[in-house]
Write a protein that binds this ligand. Structure first.
Ligand code: NAD
Length: 515
């Protein structure tokens, strides 16, 4: 949107989404802002402040000052705050979900699912006293004990994508804060409001001012976080080119980094699979949230004779998907199954893959551009598309489309299917559909991806495991949330301790030995 249009929005008195620093809303004075759209109507609904370098520095300073007291806060108190936060998020699920639907466009039931999966991570953080227990070795040498403690890093930052504006921050901040760090969230500028609501809930839960902060913005804010000497760690989730560059820059600046990138998730269907079940799963995982999930199934790899009946079963189901706004005019669940895409530009980019597919040699089995919702609505809608006879060299196969477009690659054997999947540069999630336990186990052994589903199309790990892909889907060593999240947000210190009898003390310049 042009600057002139932005000033029109200001004149119309349109809502502005501010920062949250030091426990309160903080308006920006940077003079820069972005537009928050309502994807279901195609109308601008708010503006969001874009932080300046000075505003990021201010937030980091506030978080740094809060750190000393917060890291000294007893574990039991930190756990208590997480329990309280759990209650608050639980009792406000619907409110959070409505905010998600309004700014992201996903349907209300889908948004409720996002909140539920985010909540799991708060529940995990309630167990922080247990999670931070270290090891203790009595009598490592005569009169000497050795033990390991886990300490927080300091100020840590999370930079998050548009597609899960509540859940992905919840992958990060509950563990980060429970471990004793202070946190700065830089949410996606496309759907920023929920971050402020969550900040209010954290405050109500008893999180002291300055422990959780939100800076809204774009690359300017991100770049400053990456170089600020007082930011000790960066958790990033977003597209692969940005993830790679964040990893390179932040590690060069001496920070600990986990940068989760994009995906192209495959669903391998063997000839013995239950076809209706595989078709249901493909539909749910490809078109849920309009395909804007990093764990969406983007490619079905159909082995042998399963391809024709599977494609037929998928097509039959596609015709029944209800596409439309998540909320009706009264703000209630509109009863649709698939909402709009996040922006007009993104919708047009996704549609361009369908437009080009035939010239690449694929068969456009269902063209989502011709769906009623795509032509009759003002929002950023596109119907579901199905591309058959896709080959790995094609652009529609290579690129992460991140929309409601499912490709079908046909192969003759399991080995060919495995080669296709393992040669793909991404390695986030993958699924196999089969009735053969031995084949599934072999696949789990062979496949190069971080998260595997066996007859489960979207294998997002529960919160007491950790989430992360392989290859171009993750830069860094530790996955996000769960036990690896606790490792990421703490550093270990090993203490070697002796309480000797002063009478037995003597000088010994030799290197210490244990026996
Ligand atoms: P994005 O990479 O465009 O943006 C992510 C974040 O980075 C946002 O906060 C954005 O403001 C910021 N950003 C964007 N460009 C930047 C730049 N050049 N320099 C610094 N910061 C920049 O991603 P998106 O479009 O918001 O989200 C969709 C992508 O996220 C998809 O690729 C999807 O696969 C991926 N994703 C991955 C996971 C995962 O767990 N691996 C989860 C969710 C989403």
């Amino acid at each position: 949107m042009a600057i002139a249009d932005i000033s029109t929005l200001v004149n119309l008195g349109i809502r502005t989404v501010n920062h949250w620093i030091g426990g309160r809303l903080t308006a920006s004075s940077s003079g820069r802002s972005g537009v928050v759209w309502n994807p279901a109507t195609g109308q601008a609904q708010a503006m969001v402040d874009f932080a300046s370098v000075e505003e990021v520095d201010h937030a980091v300073g506030v978080a740094k000052r809060a750190f000393a007291e917060w890291r000294a806060t007893p574990l039991s108190r930190r756990a208590e705050v997480m329990f309280k936060l759990r209650e608050l998020v639980d009792s406000n699920r619907r409110r959070i979900a409505e905010m998600l639907t309004s700014e992201h466009g996903k349907t209300l039931p889908d948004a409720m699912g996002e909140v539920a999966r985010g909540l799991e991570n708060i529940e995990f953080a309630c167990g922080i006293p247990n999670l931070l227990k270290g090891g203790f070795s009595e009598q490592a040498s005569r009169g000497i004990d050795v033990y390991q403690i886990r300490q927080p890093l300091g100020v840590v930052a999370g930079i998050t994508p548009f597609n899960f504006p509540a859940m992905v921050p919840m992958w990060m901040f509950p563990s980060a804060i429970a471990c004793g760090n202070t946190f700065i969230l830089k949410p996606s500028e496309k759907d920023p409001s929920v971050s402020l609501y969550v900040a209010e809930l954290l405050k109500q839960a008893g999180v002291p001012d300055g422990v959780f902060n939100v800076v809204q913005g774009d690359k300017v804010a991100v770049d400053r976080l990456l170089e600020h000497p007082d930011v000790k760690a960066i958790s990033f989730v977003g597209s692969t080119p940005v993830a790679r560059s964040i990893y390179e820059t932040a590690t060069r600046n001496g920070k600990r980094v986990q940068a989760l990138g994009g995906a192209k998730n495959h669903m391998l269907v063997l000839p013995d699979a239950d076809i209706p079940m595989a078709a249901d799963a493909a539909i749910s995982a490809a078109y849920g949230s309009a395909g804007e999930r990093c764990m969406a199934i983007a490619v079905v790899v159909a082995v042998g004779s399963v391809a024709d009946p599977l494609v037929a079963a998928i097509r039959e189901r596609m015709a029944k998907i209800k596409v439309g706004p998540g909320l009706d005019e009264a703000g209630k669940d509109a009863g649709n199954e698939m909402g709009p895409l996040i922006t007009r530009e993104h919708r047009d980019r996704v549609a361009s893959y369908v437009a080009n597919a035939a010239s690449e040699g694929a068969t456009v089995a269902v063209d989502g551009r011709q769906h009623d919702a795509a032509s009759n609505r003002t929002g950023f809608f596109l119907g579901p598309s199905l591309l058959d006879q896709v080959q790995p060299g094609m652009r529609c196969y290579r690129d992460e489309i991140f929309g409601p477009v499912l490709g079908v690659v046909r192969v003759d054997t399991y080995d060919q299917a495995l080669r296709v999947i393992n040669e793909n540069p991404y390695g986030n999630g993958v699924a196999i559909f089969t009735r053969d336990g031995g084949a599934a186990r072999q696949f789990q052994f062979d496949v190069e991806a971080g998260m595997v589903g066996i007859n489960v199309p979207i294998p997002v790990p529960v919160a007491y495991y950790s989430f992360g892909g392989w290859k171009a889907s993750l830069f860094g060593d530790l996955h996000v949330y769960g036990p690896e999240g606790v490792q990421f947000y703490t550093r270990t210190k090993v203490v070697t301790s002796r309480w000797p009898d002063p009478g037995a003390s003597q000088v010994d310049l030799g290197f210490p030995q244990v026996r």
